[in-house]
Design a protein around this ligand. Structure first.
Ligand code: SAH
Length: 370
């Protein structure tokens, strides 16, 4: 048993069952033993992979996107270029390299990385040191200096803890994590009903909400609305709030039981883009989209970029570029890759752009403006 599992068992033995939300928050973010705190989970040897790790095209297009928005904003100086949950720093590295074709943008930015994991901060430092951009790290949005900002978040919101309410005996009850007679983690339900939820639903229905995501979006949108700027949020998720649960655990690129190995598997939930959009609008910002990742990347010119890269590539690299293009942008649900099949990200992943009022529709979102 992992040290974190032992700690959680002890906690439950002393205090009683934890809410699912607290269990997930500790499994991922316990200061010394949480999943993200102790490792670099990305890549082939890790547990999952992400768009910037699949191809440099992803970060490059986002870098050019940011430079274009900055021009549309009236080229403010300084500009805070912010990334939430930067992983290995790959997206930012590719974005900064691509955006260096607009020297005035490169000269205007300082880069702010919101990252809780000490292990990943080290990886980001090593990769981004060569970029020449002024870099600083933050535990949250609050410490980022004021002023106009462009914010990027890829696969950040799915990593925030969710809360489940289950319709049981006619009432909505919060999902808990307790221990069975053998000391294994099991799901249970709170005895007390949650009075604030009024939704009608059949027995057994589940409501999944992500209060942390809504809080962060609310604060972010409030900042953008008053100080200027835009945020690009990309993640797997759904566009209409609906009943149902999407909590999942990944270890070594395979789905595992979310309760089996807290701290050793990545726990995530699909992002409710409608809920994020509501939180952003409530704070006075404008929301563009959601659109699919395929529509976004096509609009930003991924096909041209792939052709340009292929012209300078050998046959093996050309094959790699076209496989990455398909995986990132095609709307097919499953994509064949060497050695098997993977999820296509083109329609599973969605994007919204949250902006200050008065900004023109951002590149890629022209057909999806509010
Ligand atoms: N954006 C990267 C990594 C995605 S993994 C990519 O696309 O490759 C999720 C990232 O969010 C990791 O860097 C993780 O450490 C970070 N993270 C998770 N929860 C966080 C939180 N509450 N605050 C800040 N960063 C967090």
């Amino acid at each position: 048993m992992s040290a974190l599992a032992a700690h959680l068992r002890e906690l439950i033995a002393q205090e009683g069952p934890l809410t699912l939300e607290r269990f997930m928050a500790l499994a991922l973010g316990h200061p010394s033993m949480g999943y993200y705190m102790t490792r670099d989970p990305l890549g082939l040897e890790g547990d999952f992979t992400t768009s910037p790790e699949i191809s440099q095209m992803f970060g490059e297009l986002i870098g050019l996107w940011a430079a274009e928005i900055w021009v549309a904003m009236g080229a403010p100086q300084p500009l805070r270029l912010v990334e939430l949950g930067p992983g290995r720093g790959t997206l930012m590295q590719d974005a900064l390299r691509a955006a260096s074709v607009v020297p005035a943008f490169a000269g205007a930015i300082d880069v702010h990385l919101v990252e809780t994991s000490p292990a990943l901060r080290q990886v980001q430092k090593a990769i981004l040191a060569r970029s020449g951009a002024p870099l600083s790290w933050h535990g949250g949005l609050e410490t980022i200096p004021p002023g106009p900002a462009i914010v990027i978040a890829n696969e950040f919101f799915d990593a925030l803890p969710v809360r489940h309410y289950v319709k049981s005996e006619g009432a909505w009850r919060e999902r808990l994590v307790g221990l069975d007679n053998h000391g294994r983690f099991i799901f249970g339900l709170s005895r007390t009903a949650e009075p604030s939820i009024r939704a009608e639903a059949p027995e057994g229905a589940v409501i999944e909400i992500c209060p942390a995501g809504q809080q962060i979006m609310n604060a972010l949108a409030g900042r953008l609305a008053t100080q200027g700027g835009a945020a690009l949020i990309i993640d797997y998720g759904y566009t209409q709030t609906a009943l149902g649960e999407t909590l999942q655990a990944l270890k070594g690129h395979r789905f595992v039981d979310p309760l089996a190995e807290p701290g050793e598997a990545d726990l995530t939930a699909h992002v409710d883009f409608a809920a994020l959009a509501r939180a952003a609008r409530a704070a006075g910002a404008i929301v563009h989209g959601p659109i699919t990742q395929g529509v976004l990347l096509t609009g930003l010119g991924i096909f041209d970029r792939a052709r340009a890269l292929s012209r300078r590539a050998n046959p093996a690299q050309t094959a790699q570029i076209s496989a990455a293009l398909k995986r990132l942008a095609s709307s097919q649900a499953r994509i064949e890759v060497e050695g098997g099949e993977v999820d296509g990200m083109g329609s599973l992943f969605k994007a919204i752009c949250v902006t200050a009022p008065g900004l023109a529709p951002p590149p890629g979102f022209e057909t999806a403006s509010p």
